[in-house]
Design a protein around this ligand. Structure first.
Ligand SMILES: [Zn+2]
Length: 69
């Protein structure tokens, strides 16, 4: 996710990584340091955008890993 750090905006936006790849090419590095300068807040147009990685894990993931004992 991208998060705008510019108050009072504080806009949160889910990044479409496929779209980013289409835009910057398959060879573009997907590191935050490389992406952040290219990102802009869709709401206020501010460039103070930070990235938050939210792993796609369901709440049950830990329970399953334990083996149900
Ligand atoms: Zn913003």
């Amino acid at each position: 996710m991208a998060h705008c750090h510019r108050p009072p905006c504080n806009h949160n936006q889910v990044l479409n990584l496929v779209k980013l790849r289409d835009r910057f090419g398959p060879d573009a590095p997907a590191m935050a340091d490389d992406l952040i300068p290219k990102l802009r807040c869709a709401k206020c147009g501010g460039k103070k955008v930070g990235l938050i990685y939210t792993p796609d894990t369901s709440p049950n993931a830990y329970g399953k890993a334990k083996g149900g004992r």
